[in-house]
Design a protein around this ligand. Sequence first.
Ligand SMILES: [Zn+2]
Length: 137
Amino acid sequence: MTVPRIWRKIPQYYNLIGKKCQKCNSLYFPPRDVCTHCGEINLQNYKLEGNGEIITFTVIRTPMPDPEGEIIDIPGRQIPYIIAIIKLDQGPCLTSEIVDCSPGEVKIGKKVKSVFRKIVEKGPRGVIQYGCKFKLI
Ligand SMILES: [Zn+2]
């Protein structure tokens, strides 16, 4: 991801900013331009609360190599780590890493909440990307 793209996406990464349809109130994350329920194009930014439930998850024991060879550091990354699909209490589903626990603690249906974390540091200048991960509550 290039620096300009990171900057464009910062509000979403920092704050779980999705979109809300002004016609039927459907919520979307990641944000989209058209409501898939009613076709409305008037969607406004909407701050999601970040509480949700684990729908399913996988334990990564062999991480993918970095195809661009740019990643310097993924802080706190230990193998194995957990990637989950989370259904937010407000409706949208998203994929995120579950942090601060061992794989044995993670179960389908467990409640989680978003936490603000360093996602990755990459590139020759060490660009740091921040964003939301989730932890068990
Ligand atoms: Zn709609």
